[in-house]
Design a protein around this ligand. Structure first.
Ligand code: SF4
Length: 360
C-alpha cells in the first residue's frame, strides 16, 4: 500500500461519480488541457465511467502535438546542417512536418540526431563533441521550460560555447485565452493542468473568470480528477465561475517562484505558432538577449518558413475541441500509431493515440 493508493480508492471513486451524476442537471462540455490528463482519464477507465452528460474534450495540452509544421521544418533544416548534432526528446522524432518529413527520416538519411532523456544529457553531448554544435530542441510548456533554462545557464557558466538551444517552448494561459476568445468555441469548463500549475500557480489563470467559465486545477489520480470535476460541476450549479485549486497537495497557489525566476531570466515571451490554431500573441518563449550566444536561431541563422497543414489531418480541430479524434475521416483508416499522419497520433500524450490505444 503506497500513499497514492488512497487516490485510487474504488469506493471513493464510486462515491464521487455518484455525486457528479447528481450534480449534473444538463450536459456540460469540459476540456482538459494536459496530455497527462488525456492519458490518465483513459488509463483509469474514467472515460467510460463519467456521466454521459459530462462531455470530455481534449485540448492543446500535448506539447508535441501543438508543435507547428514550420517548427518541425526548422528542426529538419537544422539536422541537415554540417557540424550540427540535434539533441531531442524521443517523442519529436516521428512528428510529421511538411510533406511528411520528420527527424527519424532525416536521421536515416545521415543527419546526426540524438535522442536524450534530459536537457542535461545534451550538455554532456556538447562536452563530448567539442568540434560540433549541439542543438537541443526546446519543446514543452512551463513544466519543461525552467529545467531547460537552468541547462542554458549551466552551459554558459561552464563556457560550453557549442551548446545551443532552438526554443519553441509555449505557454498555456495565452492558448486558453485564444480558445475562449474564439466565437465558435463551446467549452463550458476547464480542467487545468497540474504540472504546469505547479510552476505558474493560480493567479496566471484568473482571466478565465472574465469568460464565466469554471476552471479547476486537477491532479492525475482518479480521485484527484473526479474531485476537480465535481468542483467544476458544482460551480456551474451554483452559477459560479471561479478558478480553483483542486490539487493543493502538489500545486501551491503561488506556483514555484524560483522556477519562474529562472525561466524569465533566460527566456522572454514572444508570439508563437500553434499547430491547428495559428499564431497566438505572447504564447512562446525565446532566449533573452543576454543569452543570444546560446540561441540556435541567431548562431545558425535558422528562420521559420511558411508551411501548409498536412493534407486531411484534423489535428487542429482536435486540439481546439471542435472534433473528437474518432470523428477525423483518417482515424484508424489511414492514420494509426504505426503510420501517423498527424502529431496527435504520434505522441503518447496525443488524443488520437489515446483514442486508438483505448479502442474508441
Ligand atoms: S486521426 Fe490522424 S489525421 Fe486525424 S486528426 Fe488525428 S492525427 Fe490527424
Amino acid at each position: 500500500m503506497t500513499p497514492f493508493d488512497s487516490f485510487k480508492n474504488p469506493d471513493l471513486c464510486r462515491a464521487l461519480l455518484g455525486k457528479l451524476e447528481a450534480a449534473l442537471d444538463k450536459p456540460m462540455r469540459f476540456m482538459e488541457v494536459c496530455g497527462t490528463h488525456t492519458v490518465a482519464i483513459f488509463h483509469s477507465g474514467l472515460h467510460s465511467l463519467l456521466p454521459s452528460q459530462l462531455v470530455h474534450l481534449t485540448g492543446p495540452g500535448c506539447p508535441v502535438c501543438v508543435t507547428h509544421e514550420s517548427e518541425v521544418a526548422a528542426f529538419i533544416e537544422l539536422a541537415g546542417k554540417d557540424g550540427v548534432i540535434v539533441a531531442t526528446f524521443g517523442d519529436l522524432m516521428k512528428v510529421p512536418g511538411p510533406g511528411g518529413a520528420n527527424l527519424k527520416k532525416a536521421q536515416a538519411e545521415g543527419a546526426r540526431v540524438e535522442v536524450v532523456y534530459s536537457p542535461f544529457d545534451a550538455l554532456a553531448l556538447a562536452r563530448d563533441n567539442p568540434a560540433s554544435k549541439v542543438v537541443f530542441l526546446g519543446v514543452g510548456f512551463e513544466t519543461t521550460a525552467p529545467a531547460v533554462a537552468a541547462t542554458v545557464k549551466i552551459a554558459r557558466e561552464q563556457k560550453l560555447d557549442n551548446f545551443l538551444l532552438l526554443s519553441f517552448h509555449k505557454l498555456v494561459p495565452p492558448a486558453l485565452r485564444a480558445l475562449l476568445a474564439d466565437p465558435f468555441m463551446s467549452i463550458e469548463a476547464f480542467l487545468l493542468p497540474g504540472h504546469v500549475s505547479a510552476i505558474i500557480g493560480l493567479a496566471a489563470y484568473k482571466f478565465i473568470e472574465d469568460y464565466h467559465v469554471p476552471a479547476v486545477i486537477a491532479g492525475f489520480e482518479p480521485v484527484d480528477i473526479l474531485t476537480s470535476l465535481l468542483l467544476m460541476v458544482e460551480q456551474r450549479k451554483k452559477g459560479e465561475a471561479k478558478v480553483v485549486n483542486g490539487y493543493p497537495r502538489v500545486v501551491p497557489d503561488a506556483g514555484n517562484p524560483k522556477a519562474l525566476a529562472t525561466m524569465y531570466e533566460v527566456f522572454k515571451t514572444s508570439d508563437a505558432l500553434w499547430r491547428g490554431i495559428g499564431a497566438i500573441p505572447d504564447s512562446g518563449l525565446v532566449l533573452a538577449d543576454a543569452y543570444a550566444q546560446c540561441d540556435a536561431f541567431k548562431v545558425l541563422d535558422i528562420t521559420l518558413k511558411e508551411s501548409k497543414p498536412l493534407p486531411g489531418c484534423r489535428c487542429g480541430d482536435v486540439l481546439k475541441g471542435i472534433l473528437k479524434p474518432n470523428e477525423c475521416p483518417l482515424y484508424k483508416k489511414v492514420c494509426t500509431p504505426a503510420n501517423p499522419v498527424g502529431p496527435c497520433m504520434v505522441s503518447t500524450e496525443g488524443s488520437c493515440a489515446a483514442y486508438y490505444k483505448y479502442q474508441l
